[in-house]
Design a protein around this ligand. Structure first.
Ligand code: NI
Length: 178
């Protein structure tokens, strides 16, 4: 309990389809608390359950600068997308890798809260980008899957280092990590 290790690429757990949450009980509450405290131990703005090794459909995000706006999304489904946002993304599970990703700039998302109540939220800007990045995690998708082949080629060396478990120099927090 408490801060968890963050699962790192190329761990196969990052490629799994996560299971929907069906029990809204105290163990779910503990998982949410673990996700939040692990997120708050990083410079990231979002963290999904598979990133701490729990293959369940939920993530947390907080875009405030003082950890005052924790949002929990359980079994999220993006129901609408509009517009275009290009943001340089990085991922807590891929240290040292960053790339511009094309996303929708506005999304509607249907999700449950920690009590199992369903709600629909419309979000834009960085909130919308974060929702899309984290929802991808729940389906085994990483942001490097959404960049062009040429961009991926440029990242090849860094990805290879991660794959062979060599330390990658960390120049974190110049970009947004999810
Ligand atoms: Ni990520």
């Amino acid at each position: 309990m408490g801060n968890q290790l963050i699962v790192q690429y190329p761990d196969p757990r990052l490629r799994e389809h996560c299971k929907p949450v069906t029990r809204f009980d105290s163990s779910l509450g503990n998982l949410i608390d673990d996700l939040a405290s692990t997120l708050y131990s990083t410079t990231g703005i979002g963290l999904s359950a598979p990133q701490i090794g729990q293959l369940q459909q939920l993530f947390v995000m907080d875009l405030s600068d003082n950890q005052s706006d924790l949002q929990v999304y359980i079994n999220p489904v993006i129901t609408q997308k509009a517009g275009l946002a290009i943001v340089e993304e990085a991922c807590l599970s891929l240290p040292g890798v960053a790339a511009n990703v094309m996303r929708a700039s506005t999304v509607s998302v249907q999700a449950k809260d920690r009590h199992g109540n369903i709600r629909e939220t419309k979000l834009s800007g960085m909130h919308a980008v974060c929702i899309q990045h984290e929802t991808d995690h729940l389906h085994g998708k990483l942001f490097i899957d959404r960049i062009s082949a040429i961009r991926r080629l440029r990242l090849r060396k860094t990805l290879k280092s991660l794959e062979s478990n060599t330390d990658v120099p960390l120049n974190s927090s110049t970009y947004t990590q999810f």
